[in-house]
Design a protein around this ligand. Structure first.
Ligand code: HEM
Ligand code: HEM
Ligand code: FE2
Length: 462
């Protein structure tokens, strides 16, 4: 860590860990409810648990992106953050809005639109919060010594994500219009601008961990940005097939969304080839493992499993079933959860001077959580395909089908327990790293950590 204001990233990451844990709790509530054990129904019905689960996901990921930006931007711009007090204010208000929204859901205070449930009053606070964040980031880049491609892609990814929040705030009487613009937010976030944020974080981590020249890594970043927009913008059409939008979307959405996996494949090949060519053997192998894991799993979850139901001939049957949940879990995990966990794995040793990445728990956290998530995806796939055949092809009653799927939810809960074990190990390491050290001055970080790593006292084991 070269600049003392970078320390704020630690608190954003700590918030991530807290909200992520809570998200898992709500996952279990739904997992058990799907098994037929819905004892909390009177207090937390399935729809409340679902909205809480997905909104906590979005909030912890936004906190993760913001924390990463507060760490990356000073380093790329070679200066302290502009007005760090605003960054602290922004952290508190983000948590306040997030927690208020989640509590509100338990009292039916929401808009009821999947992923955009936050009530309108709180939406305005979100806008102010994000504007504050963007201002701090923008001014830091503006006043910085250099403007790198990585910093610019990260900034424009974050700025576009903020702008694309707005179409979700327009009020329509007509459900077709409402749904049409809801996808501008949901789809253009995860299959558009969030990919820029991910690409920039990937590029930052690869520069640090492989030692390859910035010019080479950033050149590929441009190619990925190009591919993402080429396929992702018109790919929005894969949500317009049967929603009342004009029929030409069948063709446009089908063709362009079918090309989207190429951007993810490109990202995976790029990360793997950079790691192979990299001369430097950075001691933090775990951060590299999460980075490469992200590049590969995002292709599997978003690219491959997205393709599995993106053609209109398939989506006609699978739309809104557990096939969607199958893809949603591995896509969010592979692309966005893993890049944030990669960033945290890289940043903690830099900030605290400790080398816990050598401890066995760090590697186990990676493997158990990934095997758990892949198995959960398998469980959702079995349930989803069975649902499609029984309900959509066989014409069985919706609730009857749900009941017959209960037995498979046991597999889901078992797999989720493995994922949770991995996350518990990850959080245990997070806590064991301790608080960040004070800044070390201008000295560049040594490979694998910092000069302050030297004192044996800090080589604390768990
Ligand atoms: C990291 C990137 C991605 C993430 C996080 C993601 C996540 C999701 C989520 C959460 C949903 C459910 C949304 C809702 O119903 O409100 C969804 C739907 C969908 N996704 Fe993705 N996705 C990603 C990339 C892709 C890609 C690349 C494709 C195509 C190749 C794709 C194809 C689809 C389709 C067709 C649906 C609609 C499912 C339905 O009709 O119920 N996704 N995605
Ligand atoms: C303890 C672990 C978890 C369990 C048991 C779990 C379970 C569930 C269940 C039962 C649903 C509702 C599916 C339905 O019936 O419609 C759901 C939705 C969802 N979960 Fe999880 N989940 C867990 C962890 C995660 C994680 C780590 C992520 C992201 C990285 C995630 C992302 C999502 C998303 C995006 C949806 C909405 C999917 C859609 O729109 O179809 N979940 N989860
Ligand atoms: Fe989409």
């Amino acid at each position: 860590m070269r600049y003392k204001t970078q320390k704020i990233a630690y608190w954003f990451f700590a918030a991530c860990m807290l909200l992520f844990s809570l998200q898992l709790v709500y996952g279990f509530i739904m997992g058990f409810a799907r098994m037929g054990y819905d004892g909390l129904h009177d207090w937390i019905p399935f729809n409340t648990a679902r909205a809480t689960h997905t909104n906590l996901l979005v909030v912890w990921m936004l906190a993760g992106f913001m924390g990463s930006a507060y760490y990356i931007i000073p380093e790329e711009s070679e200066r302290e953050l502009w007005k760090p007090k605003l960054a602290w204010l922004q952290l508190y208000s983000l948590l306040l809005v997030g927690v208020t929204a989640v509590i509100g859901y338990h009292f039916n205070w929401w808009e009821g639109r999947k992923f955009l449930e936050i009530p309108r009053e709180l939406d305005y606070l979100v806008v102010v919060n994000v504007l504050t964040f963007l201002l701090v980031i923008f001014m830091t880049i503006w006043k910085g010594k250099r403007k790198t491609t990585t910093a610019m892609v990260l900034f424009f990814g974050l700025l576009s994500a903020a702008l694309l929040y707005l179409p979700g705030m327009i009020t329509f009487e007509n459900l077709v219009f409402d749904s049409y613009f809801r996808w501008w937010v949901v789809h253009l976030w995860v299959e558009g601008v969030w990919e820029l944020i991910m690409g920039a974080m990937l590029s930052f981590l690869l520069i640090k961990l492989t030692g390859i020249d910035r010019e080479v890594i950033e050149k590929w970043l441009y190619v990925i940005v190009g591919f993402t927009f080429l396929s992702g913008i018109l790919g929005t059409g894969h949500h317009y097939y049967y929603t009342g939008a004009p029929g030409y979307w069948l063709m446009i959405g089908g063709i362009f969304s079918a090309l989207e996996p190429l951007a993810f494949l490109g990202m995976a090949m790029y990360a793997l080839s950079m790691a192979r060519r990299g001369g430097r053997k950075h001691p933090n192998r775990i951060a590299l493992l999460w980075t490469l894991g992200c590049a590969v799993m995002s292709f599997v979850g978003a690219g491959f499993l997205g393709f599995a139901h993106t053609l209109p001939q398939v989506n006609l049957w699978t739309h809104g079933t557990l096939v969607t949940a199958m893809h949603g879990h591995l896509a969010f995990w592979g692309a966005y959860a893993m890049i944030i966990l990669a960033m945290i794995s890289y940043v903690l040793p830099e900030m605290t001077g400790r080398t816990l990445f050598k401890h066995w728990t760090a590697e186990w956290a990676f493997w158990t959580s990934n095997i758990g998530m892949v198995s959960m995806t398998g469980a959702f796939a079995v349930m989803g395909v069975a649902q499609v055949y029984m309900e959509r092809k066989g014409g069985m009653d919706f609730l009857e089908v749900q009941e017959s799927l209960e037995v498979h939810s046991l597999g889901l809960v078992l797999a989720a327990s493995l994922l949770t074990l991995g996350i518990v190990l990850f959080i245990r390491n997070f806590i064991a790293y301790g608080l960040p050290l004070e800044v070390r001055g201008d000295e560049p970080p040594a490979a694998g950590g910092s000069a302050s790593m030297a004192p044996a006292a800090r080589e604390k084991s768990l």
